[in-house]
Write a protein that binds this ligand. Structure first.
Ligand SMILES: [Zn+2]
Ligand SMILES: [Zn+2]
Ligand SMILES: [Zn+2]
Ligand SMILES: [Zn+2]
Length: 372
């Protein structure tokens, strides 16, 4: 049986502890809850392919592979640029970065038994300054921070952008104020304006469509009637007769068909989403493929590069436009925007536990005139 689609929904986590690394979360926003502590992507790998500014953590999915002891734990991380201008073009990567990391059940970082379901005792800890391995994390974005404040030599940053941002936000005052053994004066604030709002992602299987084959027939019938209507409309409304005559029948047919094809893909998208309109993720590794929002700008096989190991990449999950509603990125004029984001990962799921491997993401936009 083909694997079914699993849907992801954004939810209030009910406690920040649930989103920490030890609980293997799937989540949106905030800082990444890194899985493995070795081989994290460095600041250069997390810069936007368009504007070269640091990308913000967008989401992570905990997606272990059953039957693969080397991927007993496995998480996919997606980063996205904060600049709306970088979203103008559709296609590969651009303002996005995707990484994959995995660990066997027995590893140096996590116990072999699953984490408890209850919150740990005591107040929720502030975001970590460093990994268990000792590598420093940027105070602003939670990614590797190889650079440090020249005055206190303690605050770590991924680069000059976040150092400047943190200085403005208050490090100017707290720098060097730490009394011996007291971290509270410059504890890392949970939120800042660079981070996307934080949610837990809850995963549920998608209800299979019912009844499958009669729906297909109905779809066909709708299409035909729509085609005819579309042509009647062309004939009756607006276009002058002599204009019509100057276009040959074949051209007209192609025009009408192109339009219907676009509308059809978008209608299928809306129909599939309508059953669970809040879905932000559709997950189906190696399954039937993504739900496109448009017939245009789909990648062909040659557009999806092979993994560094030489294996093909296969569809793993897609991020839906509904996620945008949770990110508070609407602004006057240009906004961060997409129709859907499709993530392809190594079919062999190569790599050991000591590296974060970059994977591939494709952005598809809505066709003209088709928006939710
Ligand atoms: Zn950018
Ligand atoms: Zn940073
Ligand atoms: Zn400082
Ligand atoms: Zn590979």
């Amino acid at each position: 049986m083909a694997p079914g689609v699993e849907l992801g929904f954004a939810a209030d986590p009910g406690g920040a502890w649930r989103l920490r690394s030890a609980y293997f979360p799937s989540k949106v926003g905030g800082r990444p809850a890194w899985l493995g502590e070795a081989g994290l992507p460095g600041p250069a790998a997390l810069r936007c392919g368009r504007c070269q500014q640091p990308c913000a953590f967008l989401l992570q999915l905990y997606a272990p592979l059953p039957g693969r002891p080397d991927a007993f734990h496995r998480t996919l991380f997606v980063f996205a640029c904060r600049s709306p201008a970088c979203y103008r073009l559709a296609g590969p990567c651009g303002p996005f970065r995707v990484f994959r990391n995995q660990l066997p059940r027995r590893n140096d970082t996590y116990p072999e038994e699953p984490p408890p379901e209850e919150p740990p005792p005591g107040p929720a800890p502030a975001p970590p300054r460093q990994l268990g391995s000792g590598a420093a994390l940027c105070r602003v974005c939670g990614c590797l921070g190889p650079r440090c404040c020249g005055r206190c030599r303690r605050a770590a940053y991924c680069g000059p952008e976040h150092q400047a941002l943190d200085w403005r936000r208050g490090h100017r005052r707290s720098c060097g104020q730490r009394a011996a053994g007291d971290d509270s004066a410059d504890a890392i604030p949970e939120h800042n304006e660079f981070l996307f709002p934080e949610y837990e992602i809850l995963i549920e299987p998608e209800e299979p469509e019912f009844p499958a084959d009669s729906t297909d027939d109905e779809q066909g019938a709708v299409d035909t009637s729509k085609d005819t209507k579309e042509q009647e409309k062309l004939g009756a409304a607006g276009i002058a007769d002599d204009a019509l005559q100057s276009l040959d029948e074949e051209t007209l047919e192609a025009m009408a068909k192109h339009e219907t094809e676009e509308e059809k893909v978008f209608r299928m998208f809306k129909k599939q989403v309508a059953a669970e309109p809040e879905q932000i993720i559709r997950y189906c590794r190696g399954g039937e493929g993504p739900l496109w929002v448009s017939g245009e700008n789909k990648p062909e096989e040659k557009d999806i590069p092979n993994c560094v190991c030489g294996a093909k990449r296969i569809f793993e999950f897609q991020i839906m436009p509904q996620l945008l509603n949770h990110l508070h990125v609407d602004s006057l004029g240009e906004s961060i925007d997409w129709g859907t984001l499709v993530v392809y990962t190594c079919a062999d799921n190569c790599g050991g536990g000591n590296e974060y491997l970059e994977e591939f993401i494709w952005k598809q936009d809505y066709s003209m005139g088709c928006t939710l």
